[in-house]
Design a protein around this ligand. Structure first.
Ligand code: URA
Length: 272
């Protein structure tokens, strides 16, 4: 990464910069880098049905709106491959209010073999429009946070607890999170990441099945699921936008992410 970009990302994270005498402050361009996001996905048209309970064993009904007369019955979510999973999510009718308000589902994006899986809350207005997680203001900060530790969005996988936008950006309900869980579980299983970074309260609480405040869940390595995948919890970028004074804490969390990914020795006492 070039020095100017690195300085921009560190500045966004609120990390004080030491300037060498040979680089003047005026020479630092803090404009965001060029947008390299993949093109917008088309909106699927979704028939509205009654609420449906989705479980890992749910067999998604055949799409009767398609012309594929030879289509096979779908496997349970827990057995789906990537392509089936991505297609079937677009047809999910589990939560009536979300289905009636969404423009499209937001499946997840990035490297399906990533070491790092980032899990947020739910799509917002911009994500609902574009069909990709973390592309609004909070997403831009998340992208800069990753770049500050030398990771590009395309190297990691990014998903949310919910695949649909809750109206008016309200918190996902417990039922919605539960109904949506099998999709995310299967994504986690397929990615099998080295590390999960849970951003914000909703992600942390749903993944770790706890109600403990994010501030208290930070600075520990938690474990997720039967595979005992290490989980680090940090503040949500939307919260950091509202409370920039917390950015240095998030920066420490990111340093810990990097150390764990590189399997360096981790001294937890240094992490506050
Ligand atoms: N906030 C989230 O938690 N996820 C998104 O995709 C966008 C904003």
């Amino acid at each position: 990464m070039d020095e100017i970009k690195r300085r921009h990302y560190l500045a966004v994270m609120g990390i004080p910069l030491w300037l060498s005498k040979t680089i003047s402050a005026q020479s630092i361009d803090v404009r965001p880098p060029v947008d390299v996001r993949p093109p917008v996905q088309p909106k699927p048209s979704i028939p509205i049905q009654k609420e449906q309970n989705v479980t890992a064993n749910t067999i998604i009904p055949k799409d009767n709106t398609s012309n594929h007369t030879t289509a096979q019955a779908m496997p349970p979510i827990a057995n789906m491959d990537w392509e089936t999973l991505a297609t079937q999510v677009t047809k999910c009718q589990a939560c009536h209010e979300l289905v009636t308000n969404r423009s499209q589902t937001v499946f997840g994006t990035g490297n399906r073999n990533a070491d790092l899986l980032i899990i947020g809350e739910a799509p917002g207005a911009e994500e609902d429009k574009q069909g990709e997680p973390f592309v609004g203001r909070a997403g831009q900060l998340l992208t800069s946070m990753l770049q500050a530790i030398n990771l590009q969005r395309e190297q990691v996988y990014i998903a949310n607890i919910l695949k649909c936008r809750p109206p008016n950006n309200r918190d996902p309900s417990t039922n919605e999170a539960q109904r949506c869980e099998p999709w995310l579980l299967r994504q986690i299983e397929l990615i099998n990441p080295k590390l999960i970074l849970a951003v914000g309260r909703i992600a942390a609480h749903n993944l770790l099945k706890t109600n403990i405040a994010v501030g208290k869940l930070r600075c520990k390595v938690h474990q997720y699921g039967l595979q005992n995948i290490p989980v680090i919890v940090t503040y949500h970028p939307s919260y950091l936008l509202r409370s920039p004074g917390q950015k240095p804490h998030a920066w420490k969390d990111l340093q810990m992410v990097l150390k764990l990914l590189n399997q360096d020795m981790v001294i937890l006492e240094d992490w506050k």
